[in-house]
Design a protein around this ligand. Structure first.
Ligand SMILES: [Ca+2]
Length: 254
Protein backbone atom coordinates (compact mmCIF):
# COMPACT_ATOMS: atom_id res chain seq x y z
CA UNK A 1 0.00 0.00 0.00
CA UNK A 2 1.36 3.36 -1.02
CA UNK A 3 1.20 5.91 1.73
CA UNK A 4 1.62 9.49 0.63
CA UNK A 5 2.52 12.25 3.02
CA UNK A 6 0.33 15.07 1.81
CA UNK A 7 1.01 18.73 2.41
CA UNK A 8 -2.10 20.87 2.06
CA UNK A 9 -1.52 23.26 -0.83
CA UNK A 10 -2.69 26.33 1.02
CA UNK A 11 -3.22 27.47 4.58
CA UNK A 12 -6.37 29.43 5.30
CA UNK A 13 -5.90 32.44 7.55
CA UNK A 14 -9.23 33.76 8.85
CA UNK A 15 -10.00 37.44 9.21
CA UNK A 16 -7.97 38.60 12.18
CA UNK A 17 -6.17 41.32 14.07
CA UNK A 18 -2.61 41.01 15.28
CA UNK A 19 0.33 43.01 16.53
CA UNK A 20 2.70 43.64 13.61
CA UNK A 21 6.35 44.54 14.04
CA UNK A 22 8.55 44.49 17.11
CA UNK A 23 10.92 46.62 19.17
CA UNK A 24 13.98 44.75 17.93
CA UNK A 25 14.96 46.86 14.90
CA UNK A 26 14.24 50.45 13.87
CA UNK A 27 12.35 49.43 10.73
CA UNK A 28 10.17 47.01 12.76
CA UNK A 29 8.92 49.76 15.07
CA UNK A 30 6.51 50.69 16.30
CA UNK A 31 4.76 47.40 16.88
CA UNK A 32 1.18 48.20 15.96
CA UNK A 33 -2.25 46.64 15.66
CA UNK A 34 -3.27 45.52 12.17
CA UNK A 35 -6.47 43.91 10.93
CA UNK A 36 -6.65 41.67 7.89
CA UNK A 37 -9.38 40.15 5.80
CA UNK A 38 -9.21 36.38 5.54
CA UNK A 39 -6.84 35.01 2.92
CA UNK A 40 -5.17 31.83 1.74
CA UNK A 41 -1.41 31.39 1.40
CA UNK A 42 0.77 28.66 -0.09
CA UNK A 43 1.87 26.18 2.55
CA UNK A 44 5.29 25.97 0.92
CA UNK A 45 7.63 28.13 -1.08
CA UNK A 46 7.05 27.83 -4.86
CA UNK A 47 9.16 24.97 -6.20
CA UNK A 48 11.30 24.87 -9.32
CA UNK A 49 8.84 22.39 -10.84
CA UNK A 50 5.86 24.64 -10.17
CA UNK A 51 7.62 27.65 -11.63
CA UNK A 52 8.78 25.79 -14.74
CA UNK A 53 5.15 24.73 -15.32
CA UNK A 54 4.34 28.43 -15.47
CA UNK A 55 7.15 28.90 -17.98
CA UNK A 56 5.92 25.94 -20.05
CA UNK A 57 2.41 27.44 -20.06
CA UNK A 58 3.82 30.49 -21.83
CA UNK A 59 4.78 32.81 -19.01
CA UNK A 60 7.37 34.81 -20.88
CA UNK A 61 5.23 35.00 -24.04
CA UNK A 62 2.02 36.17 -22.37
CA UNK A 63 2.35 39.82 -21.31
CA UNK A 64 -1.30 39.82 -20.15
CA UNK A 65 -0.20 37.84 -17.08
CA UNK A 66 2.24 40.54 -16.03
CA UNK A 67 1.86 43.86 -14.29
CA UNK A 68 2.53 47.02 -16.25
CA UNK A 69 5.97 47.35 -14.66
CA UNK A 70 6.48 43.64 -15.20
CA UNK A 71 5.76 43.99 -18.93
CA UNK A 72 8.44 46.66 -19.20
CA UNK A 73 10.87 44.36 -17.43
CA UNK A 74 9.82 41.47 -19.68
CA UNK A 75 10.71 43.40 -22.83
CA UNK A 76 14.30 43.62 -21.60
CA UNK A 77 14.48 40.08 -20.17
CA UNK A 78 12.43 37.81 -22.45
CA UNK A 79 13.40 34.57 -20.70
CA UNK A 80 14.30 35.69 -17.22
CA UNK A 81 17.50 34.17 -15.86
CA UNK A 82 16.83 30.85 -17.60
CA UNK A 83 16.02 27.42 -16.15
CA UNK A 84 19.61 26.50 -15.33
CA UNK A 85 20.13 29.37 -12.92
CA UNK A 86 16.62 29.01 -11.46
CA UNK A 87 17.42 25.38 -10.64
CA UNK A 88 21.10 25.91 -9.80
CA UNK A 89 21.79 22.19 -9.80
CA UNK A 90 18.86 21.20 -7.59
CA UNK A 91 15.92 18.88 -8.17
CA UNK A 92 12.48 20.30 -9.11
CA UNK A 93 11.09 19.90 -5.59
CA UNK A 94 13.43 22.61 -4.25
CA UNK A 95 12.41 26.28 -4.10
CA UNK A 96 12.88 28.30 -7.27
CA UNK A 97 15.50 31.05 -6.94
CA UNK A 98 16.87 33.81 -9.18
CA UNK A 99 13.40 35.13 -9.99
CA UNK A 100 12.82 38.85 -9.85
CA UNK A 101 9.90 40.47 -8.06
CA UNK A 102 8.24 40.93 -11.46
CA UNK A 103 8.41 37.21 -12.24
CA UNK A 104 7.15 36.22 -8.80
CA UNK A 105 4.29 38.69 -9.13
CA UNK A 106 3.36 37.32 -12.58
CA UNK A 107 3.41 33.73 -11.33
CA UNK A 108 1.03 34.57 -8.48
CA UNK A 109 -1.30 36.43 -10.86
CA UNK A 110 -1.30 33.36 -13.12
CA UNK A 111 -2.29 31.25 -10.10
CA UNK A 112 -5.19 33.57 -9.35
CA UNK A 113 -3.52 35.24 -6.41
CA UNK A 114 -0.89 37.81 -5.58
CA UNK A 115 2.30 38.09 -3.64
CA UNK A 116 1.42 38.29 0.08
CA UNK A 117 1.61 41.69 1.68
CA UNK A 118 4.13 42.02 4.49
CA UNK A 119 1.22 41.96 6.95
CA UNK A 120 -0.25 38.80 5.44
CA UNK A 121 3.13 37.11 5.44
CA UNK A 122 3.84 38.04 9.06
CA UNK A 123 0.40 37.01 10.27
CA UNK A 124 0.55 33.69 8.41
CA UNK A 125 4.02 32.93 9.73
CA UNK A 126 3.68 33.92 13.36
CA UNK A 127 0.01 34.68 13.95
CA UNK A 128 0.72 37.62 16.20
CA UNK A 129 2.01 35.30 18.94
CA UNK A 130 4.88 37.65 19.62
CA UNK A 131 7.55 35.00 19.13
CA UNK A 132 10.62 35.47 17.00
CA UNK A 133 9.92 32.42 14.85
CA UNK A 134 6.89 30.43 13.73
CA UNK A 135 7.54 27.80 16.41
CA UNK A 136 8.63 30.05 19.27
CA UNK A 137 11.92 31.62 20.24
CA UNK A 138 14.31 28.67 20.15
CA UNK A 139 17.07 29.51 17.66
CA UNK A 140 18.68 26.09 17.93
CA UNK A 141 15.89 24.56 15.85
CA UNK A 142 16.98 26.77 13.00
CA UNK A 143 20.62 25.88 13.54
CA UNK A 144 19.75 22.19 13.48
CA UNK A 145 17.81 22.58 10.27
CA UNK A 146 20.36 24.61 8.38
CA UNK A 147 23.72 22.99 8.78
CA UNK A 148 25.43 24.74 5.90
CA UNK A 149 26.20 28.34 5.25
CA UNK A 150 25.51 30.84 8.03
CA UNK A 151 28.60 32.74 7.09
CA UNK A 152 27.20 35.48 4.93
CA UNK A 153 29.35 34.04 2.14
CA UNK A 154 27.30 32.34 -0.55
CA UNK A 155 29.07 29.06 -1.37
CA UNK A 156 26.20 27.36 -3.19
CA UNK A 157 22.41 27.11 -3.23
CA UNK A 158 21.93 24.90 -0.17
CA UNK A 159 18.15 24.72 0.02
CA UNK A 160 15.90 21.92 1.22
CA UNK A 161 12.95 20.61 -0.78
CA UNK A 162 9.95 22.87 -0.21
CA UNK A 163 7.89 20.15 1.52
CA UNK A 164 10.74 18.54 3.46
CA UNK A 165 9.72 18.23 7.09
CA UNK A 166 11.86 20.41 9.22
CA UNK A 167 12.45 19.43 12.83
CA UNK A 168 9.67 21.38 14.47
CA UNK A 169 9.99 24.61 12.53
CA UNK A 170 6.50 24.54 11.03
CA UNK A 171 4.02 27.20 12.09
CA UNK A 172 1.05 25.84 14.08
CA UNK A 173 -1.14 26.45 11.01
CA UNK A 174 1.13 24.23 8.92
CA UNK A 175 3.11 26.88 7.04
CA UNK A 176 6.58 25.60 6.15
CA UNK A 177 10.00 27.24 5.91
CA UNK A 178 8.98 30.77 6.77
CA UNK A 179 12.27 30.98 8.66
CA UNK A 180 15.07 30.46 6.20
CA UNK A 181 15.42 28.19 3.20
CA UNK A 182 14.85 31.09 0.75
CA UNK A 183 13.91 34.72 1.24
CA UNK A 184 10.36 35.43 0.06
CA UNK A 185 9.21 38.39 -2.02
CA UNK A 186 6.24 40.31 -0.64
CA UNK A 187 3.92 42.71 -2.44
CA UNK A 188 5.08 45.73 -0.45
CA UNK A 189 7.42 48.50 -1.41
CA UNK A 190 10.06 48.81 1.28
CA UNK A 191 10.32 51.88 3.43
CA UNK A 192 12.07 51.75 6.79
CA UNK A 193 9.54 54.07 8.45
CA UNK A 194 6.38 52.64 6.90
CA UNK A 195 5.02 51.44 10.26
CA UNK A 196 4.99 54.95 11.67
CA UNK A 197 1.81 55.81 9.75
CA UNK A 198 0.73 52.69 7.87
CA UNK A 199 -2.98 51.91 7.52
CA UNK A 200 -4.51 49.80 10.26
CA UNK A 201 -6.62 47.67 7.89
CA UNK A 202 -4.95 45.45 5.28
CA UNK A 203 -1.82 47.60 4.97
CA UNK A 204 0.32 47.47 1.87
CA UNK A 205 3.03 49.95 1.07
CA UNK A 206 2.42 51.09 -2.52
CA UNK A 207 4.75 54.09 -2.35
CA UNK A 208 7.06 54.79 -5.25
CA UNK A 209 10.29 53.54 -3.75
CA UNK A 210 13.03 51.62 -5.60
CA UNK A 211 12.69 48.71 -3.18
CA UNK A 212 10.48 45.75 -2.40
CA UNK A 213 10.51 43.81 0.86
CA UNK A 214 11.85 40.32 1.35
CA UNK A 215 10.88 38.27 4.39
CA UNK A 216 12.13 35.28 6.35
CA UNK A 217 15.86 35.01 5.64
CA UNK A 218 17.59 32.30 3.65
CA UNK A 219 19.81 29.26 4.10
CA UNK A 220 22.94 31.37 4.44
CA UNK A 221 21.57 33.82 7.00
CA UNK A 222 22.03 33.97 10.74
CA UNK A 223 18.82 33.35 12.73
CA UNK A 224 18.35 37.08 13.40
CA UNK A 225 17.54 37.54 9.70
CA UNK A 226 14.98 34.73 9.79
CA UNK A 227 12.52 36.13 12.34
CA UNK A 228 8.84 36.75 11.59
CA UNK A 229 9.33 40.50 11.73
CA UNK A 230 12.67 41.10 9.97
CA UNK A 231 12.33 43.26 6.85
CA UNK A 232 14.88 43.24 4.05
CA UNK A 233 14.94 45.74 1.18
CA UNK A 234 15.70 44.37 -2.28
CA UNK A 235 15.58 45.78 -5.79
CA UNK A 236 12.67 44.22 -7.70
CA UNK A 237 14.73 43.62 -10.86
CA UNK A 238 17.60 41.96 -8.99
CA UNK A 239 17.43 38.17 -9.06
CA UNK A 240 19.06 36.49 -6.06
CA UNK A 241 20.23 32.93 -5.58
CA UNK A 242 18.84 33.16 -2.05
CA UNK A 243 15.34 34.48 -2.86
CA UNK A 244 12.09 32.85 -3.94
CA UNK A 245 8.47 33.39 -2.96
CA UNK A 246 5.04 31.99 -2.14
CA UNK A 247 1.61 33.32 -3.16
CA UNK A 248 -1.47 34.52 -1.29
CA UNK A 249 -5.09 34.28 -2.44
CA UNK A 250 -8.23 36.23 -1.69
CA UNK A 251 -10.65 34.38 0.58
CA UNK A 252 -9.81 30.79 1.38
CA UNK A 253 -7.40 30.08 -1.50
CA UNK A 254 -7.46 28.90 -5.11
CA1 LIG B 1 11.43 30.93 3.44
Amino acid sequence: MLILLLVAATVEVPASSFRMGSDRAPDETPAHEVSLLGFGIDTTEVSIGEYEAFVAAGAYATPAWWSEAGRLWLEEHPGGQGPALRASGRTPDHPVVAVTWYEADAYCRWKGGALPTEAQWEQAACGGRGTRYAWGDDETRLAAWFTEGKTGQLTGVHTRAVAEEDAGTRAPNGLMHTAGNVWEWTADAYHSRFYEDSPQADPRNTAETPWRTLRGGAFDNLPSYCTCTHREPALPAQPRLTAGFRCAYPGAGP
